[in-house]
Design a protein around this ligand. Structure first.
Ligand code: ZN
Length: 242
């Protein structure tokens, strides 16, 4: 199986992190495809923002538009059937005794990587890009660097191939993720991600806060708001781009 070393598949959920990763990949690779998963997530609205985000990035960055290829959405409804979590049901979001929020969906990212690799195999894509991060995150063990490295090894052994799993956000915090977006695409990209991406676990997009749309109270909104404040404090926000 020959994989195109100039092609990348981005795990693109529609959130801030994966939107930044999409820009990161478009900046580096000659052909970039995107992949989303429908797993019965309570914030299914994130799936609806994916196409408009891709269109906004294409419209603002013609050089990237030429590289942006197919979008794929895989149905992983089975994940919702086997998981009893706040991310796949109406249960209230809370911390569990094991220190993990009940939004943790066991096996989710392991399955995502596996399906992404199976798709990349079929599409002849060598590079797989994901926005997982263990800097300021919810503690999900399947977002950690060691997990991703182990998955890369397992996938390459199991498919007898040589994928490279990229995690450009692994060692930076949410404020630095905004700075990364600013470095890649300036204020135009920051503004597209701020207004167009979706992070809120409750699926709320009624209000546009300075850090984006959301309920402002769930853990995902709290993390996103904190990151935006850090970005503004550390860099002056948009003034750093002038
Ligand atoms: Zn929220």
């Amino acid at each position: 199986m020959s994989l195109d070393p100039n092609a990348a598949l981005v795990l693109f959920s529609g959130g801030q992190d994966s939107a930044t990763c999409l820009a990161w990949a478009l900046d580096r690779f000659g052909r970039v495809e995107t992949l989303g998963f429908d797993y019965g997530q309570r914030h299914r609205i994130e799936l609806a923002v994916r196409a408009p985000l891709r269109q906004a990035i294409s419209a603002a960055f013609p050089a990237w538009a030429a590289k942006l290829g197919e979008d794929h959405v895989l149905d992983l409804a089975v994940l919702g059937q086997i998981s009893n979590t706040a991310l796949t049901s109406d249960a209230a979001i809370a911390m569990q005794a094991n220190g993990l929020p009940n939004t943790f969906v066991p096996g989710r990212n392991l399955l995502f990587f596996t399906f992404a690799a199976a798709l990349a195999y079929r599409r002849g894509i060598k590079h797989i890009v994901t926005g997982v991060c263990e800097t300021d995150y919810s503690g999900y063990p399947d977002c950690r660097d060691d997990t991703v490295k182990a998955m890369q090894l397992a996938l390459n052994l199991g498919m007898d191939t040589r994928f490279v799993l990229h995690t450009p956000l692994m060692w930076i915090d949410k404020a630095q993720t905004w700075s990364l977006a600013a470095g890649l695409g300036g204020e135009a990209l920051v503004e597209i991600i701020r207004t167009g991406s979706h992070s809120c676990y409750n699926g709320t997009r009624a209000t546009l806060h300075e850090w984006g749309h959301g309920c402002a109270t769930c853990p995902a909104c709290a993390l996103r708001a904190q990151g935006w404040r850090g970005f503004v404090e550390q860099t002056g926000g948009y003034s750093c781009l002038e």
